[in-house]
Design a protein around this ligand. Structure first.
Ligand code: NOJ
Ligand code: MG
Length: 579
């Protein structure tokens, strides 16, 4: 017996120790996404810029954010607002200079905020030196891109090589007379796809990573990763094959969803490329000890998404984005559907990897518009308190809503390419990109310009950071700050997780660690409910309110009976078990 006891002791000790291991910087932080064009304009041209961001880094600190991912600020003709990069090694003039970027980095370092950049490997701009050289017939650069001959139709008119459509609608092929061939662009015409079957491209893009790591960035969000490779055409007689019809959008053969993208998306070679990049990331960690973090953007099935993590042999991205909070449920979903969506990533995720939670970004309608303003705090509770890394899109901390952008003011290619002045807004991403709302000055304090690049959303006079920070009572931003603080508690850092849909409206989860037990409850409907939280093992007696949503009539410190808790309409609360 005694022997057994002695044997067990180190094992128990190890177990506790393992779960309490010190987390790496990225594992416990909140990543805050900044869309530079819309965050803060320092020079009055109506366009956000780097100096603007630097001037607001303290704001991030105040929120409790430890890292920020900046959407592209590289040199670009802006056909896709910076995701069409003309020079991967330079800063777009309207955003500032390299010196401004270095200043931003220095200030961020002072504040201990990590800077993560956007890596856009799938394509360049059609105004990049590489593409221009390709058009001049410079073979090295010609081979950087994906070219194909057109086909003549029955009238002898040249048509695109096959039926592939771009993500933004219409053919993914564009003809260039200079070379007499079509090039592939999976996004806008101004974004020619790079050819990853060319080792020179692979090396060139690794050098882009190295350049910015040398400057001191802490990681990259990797854009449009699922589109990196196209099928190897040599396996199809030297011609890229047509993609099959998906059965969706049958009335619109030019739409992206019309086809099933078996030859242009999620190709197996993509994963190896991610693992190769991770080696570059780790080269830098070896130099200075700082983990460089990779987040991959792919709207793919969970099974495919998990491959980005890597496997036993190779490391991949630490954070393959988990988009279930964006793609898998909305304001109409039942609590059961919500649980199902959340469980998805957790179910497929390798046991030794972390989940991550994202409810919004510059490509998707805002949380307050998708779920209604009453659920803003509830959604922030999910993002910040579910197990794993949290990612917040700028403005979600104050519950910004989608702005109205008229057809005339629409600039997003995804909206413009619909050619439809009535329904364009369903595809346009401008509404979630309207300027950040700082205060109730002109242009919401974003800019002193007469006209901003996108109009400021209506209602900013009441919905802005200044009002919310200074409000006497509760506000979204104060709740957000409370959650950011709570997130540092061991129960949320190391704690286990269990969730339940109590009925069609109420979703709840328990996080517990070392005697501390928390319950997070979100009522997704405008119906009150009485909930018996003793469903959760070890929960009985009383629960204390730690954080509650804006509309909740409760206060911090209120006590709730565990077996008979009244949850009012659209109320979200974080409760702690009273021991
Ligand atoms: C995903 C980005 O988030 C989006 O804004 C962009 O249009 C496409 N990738 C193409 O780069
Ligand atoms: Mg500016």
């Amino acid at each position: 017996m005694r022997l057994l006891g002695l044997w067990c002791l180190p094992a128990v000790f190890l177990l506790v120790h393992a779960s309490e291991r010190e987390l790496d910087w990225w594992e416990s932080t909140i990543f805050y996404q900044i869309y530079p064009r819309s965050f803060k304009d320092s020079d009055g041209d109506g366009i956000g810029d780097l100096k603007g961001i630097t001037s607001k880094l303290e704001y991030l600190k105040e929120l409790g954010v430890g890292a920020t991912w900046l959407s592209p600020m590289f040199k670009s003709p802006m056909y896709d607002f910076g995701y069409d990069i003309a020079d991967f090694y330079d800063v777009q003039e309207e955003y500032g200079t390299m010196a401004d970027f270095e200043e931003l980095l220095a200030k961020a370092k002072e504040l201990d905020i990590k800077i993560v950049l956007d890596f856009v490997p799938n394509h360049t701009s059609n105004e990049s030196m590489w593409f221009e050289e390709a058009l001049k017939g410079h073979q090295k650069y010609f081979d950087y891109f994906v070219w194909e001959d057109g086909v003549e139709d029955e009238n002898g008119v040249l048509q695109p090589p096959n039926n592939w459509n771009s993500v933004f609608r219409k053919s993914a092929w564009e003809y260039r007379e200079e070379v007499g061939k079509y090039y592939l662009h999976q996004f806008v015409i101004g974004q020619p796809d790079l050819n990853y079957r060319n080792p020179d491209v692979v090396e060139e893009m690794k050098n882009v990573l190295r350049f910015w790591f040398d400057k001191g960035v802490a990681g990259f969000r990797v854009d449009a990763i699922a589109h990196l490779f196209e099928v190897d055409k040599e396996k199809y007689g030297g011609k890229y094959p047509d993609e099959p019809i998906s059965g969706q959008d049958l009335d619109d053969p030019l739409s992206y969803n019309y086809l099933n993208h078996i030859y242009t998306k999620d190709q197996e070679e993509t994963f190896d490329m991610v693992y190769q990049w991770r080696e570059v990331f780790d080269e830098f960690k070896e130099k200075d000890g700082l983990t460089r973090v990779m987040m991959t953007e792919a709207y793919s099935s969970p099974q495919v998404t998990m491959k980005y993590f890597g496997d036993e042999q190779q490391n991949g991205a630490q954070m393959p984005f988990n988009f279930v909070l964006i793609s898998d449920f909305n304001g109409q979903s039942s609590a059961g559907e919500i649980k199902y969506a959340i469980d998805k990533f957790l179910t497929f995720k390798p046991i030794d990897k972390l989940a991550n939670w994202v409810a919004g970004n510059h490509d998707n309608s805002r949380v307050a518009s998708r779920f209604g303003p009453k659920l803003v705090d509830g959604m922030n509770m999910l993002v910040l308190l579910l197990p794993g890394v949290a990612v917040t899109y700028m403005g979600e901390e104050i519950g910004m809503v989608d702005g109205y952008v008229s057809w005339e003011d629409t600039v997003d290619p995804s909206g413009c390419n619909t050619d439809d002045p009535i329904n364009y807004w369903k595809s346009s991403r401008d509404p979630e990109r309207t300027p950040f709302q700082w205060n109730n000055d002109k242009n919401a304090g974003f800019s002193t310009a007469e006209k901003t690049w996108l109009p400021v959303a209506e209602g900013y006079e009441q919905l802005n950071t200044e009002i919310q920070l200074n409000s006497e009572g509760r506000s979204h931003i104060k709740i957000y700050k409370g959650l950011a603080k709570l997130r540092t508690e061991p129960a949320f850092r190391y704690g286990r997780y269990e969730s339940v849909a109590f009925n069609t409206d109420v979703f709840a989860f328990r996080r517990w660690y070392d005697g501390d037990v928390y319950i997070v409850v979100v009522n997704f409907r405008d119906e009150p409910h009485t909930i018996d939280f003793t469903y959760f093992e070890g929960v009985n007696g009383h629960l204390e309110v730690v954080v509650c949503s804006l509309e909740s009539s409760r206060r911090r410190g209120d006590v709730v009976e565990a077996n008979n808790a009244k949850i009012s309409e659209s109320e979200s609360i974080v409760l702690k078990l009273v021991q």
